[in-house]
Design a protein around this ligand. Structure first.
Ligand SMILES: *[C@@H]1O[C@H](CO)[C@@H](O)[C@H](O)[C@H]1NC(C)=O
Ligand SMILES: *[C@@H]1O[C@H](CO)[C@@H](O)[C@H](O)[C@H]1NC(C)=O
Length: 385
C-alpha cells in the first residue's frame, strides 16, 4: 500500500510526476479504523487519523495541503470529536455521515477549538436524523440532543460545500471572543420543521456568511454577542413555520455586557417564516447594539417582517440599559401577514431605541406600523430623535 502522502493527486498523475504536481497529503480515515458500512463509529478514526497522520505532516500554512479525508461511502458518527489546537489543514468530507439515534448522545459532533486556518468542505453531507430526537415535534424529550458543528475560538476558518441535514439541535455555531475572521459560504442546511435547529449562529469579529441557503424552523443566520463586524450576503431562508429570520440575539433575561456592533446584512430572501429580521432582548438586558444595516430584503409572508422587541419572551421589569441605536432598514419588499404590522418597534421605556432609519420599505399585506419608545426617520408616525 502506498503511504498516505502518495495518494490523491499523485496517484492520478503517476508517481514520477509527484515532484512537480501540486501533491497534497491525504490522511484517509479508512487507514485509521473507519469502515464505510454505516455502522462502525467514525469518531475514533477521525481522531486517530488527525493525531497520527495530519498533525505530524502539516508543514505549510495552506490548509488544503493536508487533508483529513473521509472518502465516498456511508459512515456512522456515533461519538463526538474535538479537534483542539488544530492548525492549517482541511477536513474534506466526500462521504455521507449519519448520526444514530442515541438518547445519551450529547454535545457537538464535530468541534474545532482554538484553531487557525482550518477548512471543512464537501462535497459530502452530514445527516443528523434530528426528527428522531423530536418525535411528534416534542422538543422536551431529549433537551441535550447533539449539535452538529462548532468552531470555538478559531481564526481564519472556513466551512463550505458541505450539506447539513436535520441536526438534532443547532447546525453551525461559530463562536469567538477575540479578533478573528471565519467564513461560511456556498452551502445548504435543511432540517425538518420542528424547532431549535438554528442554521448559522455567529459571534466574534469580522465573520462572513455568504451564498448560503437555510431551511430550518428556527434562526437562519443569526448574530450573537459579542460581535464587532459581521457581514451576511446572498442568504436564502425558506419554507418554515418557525421563528426563522436573520436575527440579532436573543439576549437572555438579565444579560449584561451585550456588545453587537457594525453588522451588515444584504440581499436576503425569506419566505414563510415568523420573523424577517428581529432584534430580540429582554427588558432587563444591558449593553450595546449599534450600527446595524439590513438592506435588500425580499419577504414572503413573514409574520413579523421588521421587529425590534425588548420583550420577546415577556417580562415587564422595564429597567434595562441595552442601547439599541443606528439601525438601518433599507429596501424591504414583499409581504407580511394581514393581522400584524410590517414594522413593529417595541423598545424599552428606560432606554428607548434611537436613530432607527427606514428607506424604501414596501411591505404589503400588513396592518399599521407600531412604534413604542423608539425614534428615527423614514416612516410616518415615527418620532424624530
Ligand atoms: C445509515 O444509518 C442511519 C442511522 O442508523 C440511518 O438513518 C441511515 O438511513 C443509514 N444510511 C444508509 C444509506 O443506509
Ligand atoms: C458601520 O458598520 C459598517 C459595517 O457594516 C462599517 O463598514 C462602518 O464603518 C460602520 N460605521 C461606523 C461609524 O462605525
Amino acid at each position: 500500500m502506498l503511504p498516505p502522502f502518495f495518494t490523491g493527486v499523485a496517484l492520478l498523475l503517476g508517481l514520477n510526476q509527484v515532484q512537480t504536481a501540486l501533491a497534497f497529503i491525504e490522511c484517509s480515515v479508512l487507514d485509521y479504523g473507519a469502515v464505510a458500512d454505516n455502522s462502525t463509529d467514525l469518531g475514533p478514526a477521525l481522531t486517530a487519523a488527525w493525531q497520527e497522520c495530519v498533525i505530524p505532516q502539516v508543514t505549510t500554512t495552506v490548509a488544503t495541503d493536508v487533508l483529513l479525508y473521509v472518502p465516498a461511502g456511508n459512515y456512522l458518527l456515533a461519538s463526538t470529536v474535538t479537534f483542539d489546537g488544530a492548525e492549517n489543514w482541511n477536513l474534506h468530507i466526500a462521504g455521507d455521515i449519519y448520526l444514530p439515534f442515541n438518547p445519551d448522545l450529547t454535545g457537538t459532533m464535530l468541534t474545532f477549538e482554538n484553531c487557525e486556518n482550518i477548512l471543512l468542505n464537501g462535497p459530502g453531507a452530514i445527516f443528523g436524523n434530528g426528527y428522531r430526537y423530536r418525535p411528534d415535534g416534542d422538543l422536551t424529550l431529549y433537551p441535550s440532543r447533539p449539535r452538529l458543528i462548532r468552531f470555538q475560538t478559531c481564526n481564519n476558518c472556513g466551512i463550505t460545500q458541505v450539506y447539513l441535514y436535520d441536526a438534532p439541535m443547532f447546525h453551525v455555531t461559530i463562536i469567538v471572543t477575540h479578533p478573528t475572521s471565519n467564513v461560511a459560504h456556498d452551502m445548504a442546511i435543511i432540517a425538518s420543521h420542528i424547532g431549535e435547529t438554528d442554521g448559522f449562529d455567529m459571534s466574534g469579529n469580522n465573520n462572513y456568511v455568504h451564498d448560503v441557503s437555510v431551511e430550518v424552523s428556527n434562526e437562519c443566520v443569526t448574530v450573537k454577542t459579542p460581535t464587532n463586524g459581521f457581514v451576511a450576503e446572498r442568504i436564502t431562508c425558506k419554507w418554515t413555520a418557525g421563528k426563522l429570520g436573520c436575527n440579532i440575539g436573543s439576549f437572555g433575561s438579565g444579560a449584561t455586557g451585550v456588545d453587537v456592533q457594525n453588522v451588515y446584512y444584504s440581499d436576503v430572501t425569506i419566505s414563510n417564516s415568523d420573523a424577517g429580521v428581529m432584534i430580540k432582548s429582554y427588558p432587563n438586558c444591558q449593553g450595546t447594539v449599534k450600527n446595524i444595516t439590513y438592506t435588500g430584503f425580499t419577504l414572503d409572508a413573514a409574520a413579523y417582517p421588521i421587529y425590534i422587541s425588548a420583550f420577546w419572551e415577556g417580562g415587564t421589569d422595564d429597567t434595562g440599559t441595552l442601547e439599541i441605536s443606528d439601525v438601518t432598514f433599507d429596501n424591504f419588499v414583499g409581504t407580511g401577514t394581514p393581522t400584524r404590522p410590517g414594522v413593529l418597534l417595541d423598545c424599552n421605556k428606560a432606554t428607548p431605541c434611537e436613530s432607527i432609519a427606514f428607506t424604501d420599505i414596501s411591505l404589503t399585506d400588513t396592518v399599521a406600523d407600531t412604534f413604542t419608545n423608539a425614534c428615527g426617520t423614514g416612516l410616518s408616525g415615527l418620532e424624530a430623535c
